[in-house]
Design a protein around this ligand. Sequence first.
Ligand code: AMP
Length: 318
Amino acid sequence: MNKYKQIYKEIKKANKIIIARHVGPDPDALGSSLGLKELILNTFPRKEVYVVGNPTNKFKFLGILDKFSPEMYDGLLIVTDTPDLKRIDGAVPSRFKRSIKIDHHPFIEKTCDIEWIDDTASSASQMVAELALNTKLVLNEKAAKKLYAGIVADTNRFMFRYSSPKTFEIVGELIRQTGLDITEIYDDLYMRPYKEIKFQGYLSQHLIFTDNKVAYIVIDDKVLNEYEVDAATPGNMINNFNYIDEALIWVTFTYDKDLKSYRTSIRSRGPIINEVASHFGGGGHIYASGARVKSTDEIEALIKELDEVSRRYIKETN
Ligand code: AMP
């Protein structure tokens, strides 16, 4: 049985479905989980469907999250956009009756009974849309909007290599079948207060460049307070630094006073970075990774490794 049929069958069978995604959710994590909820309820209005995990104010236009309760354990858990156990927000698959993973990250570990992993997919939202287009799940504009937002955000508006012919075919179908207004989604995704633009200016002014084209910045609490932005903001802005001639890899280290560590977002337009991220307890995709580092010594060590990866890449490609 193919994965589409297998997953659809499990969804059809379950009365209660709980959907989870990774900690520190981005639009793909939220779009894939909330979009899937919409598809399921649209097809099976009598099922109980919950999306759990910590809410985030910035992306609340994608939908409302549900509070977790222990009664959910007798349901089917579907985890989207999350490759490993430690990154699942608010749900442990082994405690549920049955579990499914839908993910586009490179494989790390088996966490669910049924796993559909496609690391060539642009986003988990693309996979959920693909599931809908290949099963009897009924697509509507509300679901398509969430899925499109996830695809657009994870591909950085179709600029990343993961945007394949399949991505465009799926997006075409979402628009064709539901009459989706994509400009409305861009307003929701990209509108921001002026203080964020000023903060982006601060980041641009203070990037440090290594000899081998790694650009980075360490952002402390004081700067976050001065610009009235939170610790998630630099990571959400990192794709805006995509086309700097002098940078092949770029990194933001943002001090998170609650967890007493630096949120680290890494992007690349050539060198493969997720291996380096994994040396520091992190992970992610080959050109988009993240980690949490604990000290300035670790920051230095991470930059040194990235600089070496970039040096080798420059040598090999010149
Ligand atoms: P971000 O920079 O937070 O958007 O993350 C980019 C990619 O790296 C995403 O695919 C994340 O799943 C992954 N990632 C971010 N932080 C971590 C972490 N602490 N551990 C493992 N993977 C991470």
